[in-house]
Design a protein around this ligand. Structure first.
Ligand SMILES: Nc1ncnc2c1ncn2[C@@H]1O[C@H](COP(=O)(O)OP(=O)(O)OP(=O)(O)O)[C@@H](O)[C@H]1O
Ligand SMILES: [Mg+2]
Length: 457
């Protein structure tokens, strides 16, 4: 549903208050009119008793003939009172009815107080009541009928209804007004959020929304928005770090390529010199190409675009496969590869092999010539450990916490010369994160171990 929330809620308030005020008004109106009619009934029965008493007096006959109006005048509001007295045969002994009203005559009940009071409407449209009773006149039974027209009642009830309608309308209007005022005030924190959101820029994602002064209903929204901002900030920082690193890492090899090529082009060279240049260029270009591949893989892994296809892999087989693959490279450095341990690991085969290959190539590069590079399993409750260990100079403790950062090389000078990208371990870290595990380095005086920890099951 579109439109203004304030308007909708205010309208709802108007309707609710109007309906409840109308209900209350109706109830009060009925209670009031009912009470008035009940009092009228009591008064009418009282009048009936008065006439009965009058008829029972000594000079009732005389009164009836000489001053018939007296029967009516004893009644308050007498101009609206009607009195009729009939003898046993139904002959009229008295009929005071100046406006010639036609009204029903209630039948007599066995007990006087049970005689019903009938309601009728006068010729002028006013409500009226009639009651009937018996008496004795000079020893003869007579019937008395007393009626009353409440000419003022209609106007009074109409006034009362009018007032109730006015009160309902006023209450509804007031409610609508108050509701809209309250909403305008109540929605202030939302406007504050909107104002804050309007200020969010790529470089200012770290500013958090103030949740202290916001009402509790908005707390979940603010918490969610702040979490979103934090994630965006994190992603943005990573991304800008990524592109800064990329530019930085690309600059040197590209400049090298450019410089070498420009120098070569400055004068005529022999075919042998061109060949040498091209070979050197190819080496540099291969490194750049590997760097681009690695960066792409890291970017995709961080975006969670890479979904590991987990399967149960026999560790023994994986180690043997790796050893076979790196045998030549190890031999070149007079190294021996030793595999130990068995069991299974739940992992994506391609990713696991990539991680192991990165660790093995590092180990082979840093191992002491003539030593043994070991592929082993470890034991840690809840985890499946795969370990690659080599002997060699210990890693500076200051480097240890940074090894898994991209482009981090402990020995920068040697790294760049050796064609390394400094991305191998960060790819290992990303692969382990994709598996819900982690990678660790343990360096002692003589050995360095890189450990892959896969969550067991
Ligand atoms: N087994 C090891 N012994 C000693 N130092 C190591 C070992 N493995 C890694 N390192 C250090 O960690 C750094 C980062 O390794 P990483 O694999 O990320 O990059 P790289 O090996 O330099 O480059 P690339 O993997 O692209 O060839 C290395 O430069 C090296 O200094
Ligand atoms: Mg490496």
């Amino acid at each position: 549903m579109k439109g203004s929330l304030t308007l909708r809620v205010s309208l709802a308030f108007v309707l609710i208050v109007a309906a409840s005020a109308a209900g209350l008004g109706l109830y009060l109106y009925h209670a009031f009119t009912g009470e008035i009619l009940r009092r009228d009934e009591i008064a009418l029965r009282g009048k009936l008793r008065q006439v009965q008493q009058l008829l029972g007096t000594q000079d009732a006959q005389v009164l009836l003939h000489e001053r018939p109006q007296y029967f009516r005048d004893t009644m308050s509001g007498q101009e609206n009172a009607l009195v009729r007295i009939l003898d046993a045969d139904g002959r009229l002994l008295l009929d005071i009815n100046p406006l010639d009203e036609r009204y029903p005559v209630p039948s007599l009940a066995e007990r006087a107080e049970q005689t019903p009071v009938l309601t009728w409407t006068s010729r002028a449209g006013a409500p009226a009541q009639v009651v009937s009773g018996s008496a004795r006149l000079g020893g003869q039974p007579v019937r008395i009928v007393v009626a009353r027209v409440y000419a003022d009642r209609t106007a009074m009830f109409a006034r009362y209804r009018h007032q109730i309608v006015l009160a309902c309308a006023a209450a509804a209007l007031l409610a609508g007004l108050l509701a809209s005022l309250m909403l305008v005030r109540g929605l202030r924190p939302l406007r504050a959020i909107a104002a804050h959101a309007a200020l969010v820029r790529p470089g200012r994602l770290d500013s958090q929304l103030d949740s202290v002064s916001a009402p509790s209903e908005l707390q979940p929204l603010i918490t969610a928005l702040n979490a979103m901002l934090a994630r965006l900030h994190d992603g943005y920082t990573r991304l800008s770090g990524f592109s800064a690193d990329l530019a930085h890492e690309f600059r040197t090899p590209v400049n090298n390529l450019l410089g070498q090529t420009q120098v070569a082009l400055a004068q005529r060279r022999s075919p042998g010199e061109y060949e040498e240049l091209l070979a050197s260029n190819v080496e540099e270009l291969e490194r750049l190409s590997r760097m681009v591949d690695s960066m792409l893989f890291l970017a995709r892994a961080q975006q969670e675009d890479v979904v590991p296809v987990r399967q149960l892999l026999a560790i023994e087989d994986e180690f043997a496969r790796m050893a076979e693959f790196f045998e030549g490279m190890a031999e070149e450095r007079e190294l021996r590869l030793a595999c130990a341990g068995s069991g299974v690991v739940q992992a994506d085969a391609q990713l696991l092999r990539r991680a192991l290959a990165n660790l093995l190539s590092n180990a082979i590069r840093h191992a002491e010539p003539g030593s043994i590079v070991r592929l082993e399993t470890g034991t840690q409750p809840g985890w499946t450990e795969l370990k690659v260990t080599n002997t060699g100079a210990p890693i500076d403790p200051r480097d240890l916490p940074h090894l898994f950062e991209r482009f981090y090389r402990a020995d920068a000078a040697r790294g760049a010369a050796g064609g390394s990208t400094g991305l191998g371990l960060s790819i290992v870290g990303a692969i382990m994160a994709l598996h819900g595990g982690r990678a660790e380095v343990r360096s002692t005086a003589a050995t360095t171990s890189f450990v892959l920890l896969f969550p067991a099951n």
